[in-house]
Design a protein around this ligand. Structure first.
Ligand SMILES: [Zn+2]
Length: 68
C-alpha cells in the first residue's frame, strides 16, 4: 500500500471531561467515561428536579389546632 504521507488530522481530544478533568473519550464526549457521563446526568437531573417549595401534602387540621 502506498499510503499518502499526509495523514488526516488526528481527532485530538477536543476537551476534557467536565467531571474529572481527564481528556474526553471520542465516544463519550464530552466525558471520559460512562461513569462520568452518568454523574453529570445525575447532577443535571437533580437540578432539573429542584422544586421551589416542598410538595404540600394533606395536612390534618386536627393535629395543629392547638399549636399556639
Ligand atoms: Zn471523567
Amino acid at each position: 500500500m502506498n499510503a499518502p504521507s499526509r495523514k488526516p488530522p488526528e481527532p485530538k481530544t477536543t476537551g476534557r471531561c467536565p467531571i474529572c478533568g481527564k481528556p474526553s473519550a471520542p465516544d463519550r464526549r464530552p466525558f471520559c467515561s460512562k461513569r462520568c457521563a452518568e454523574i453529570d446526568l445525575g447532577r443535571w437531573l437533580k437540578g432539573a428536579y429542584t422544586v421551589p417549595g416542598e410538595p404540600v401534602g394533606n395536612i390534618d387540621d386536627g393535629t395543629l389546632d392547638e399549636f399556639e
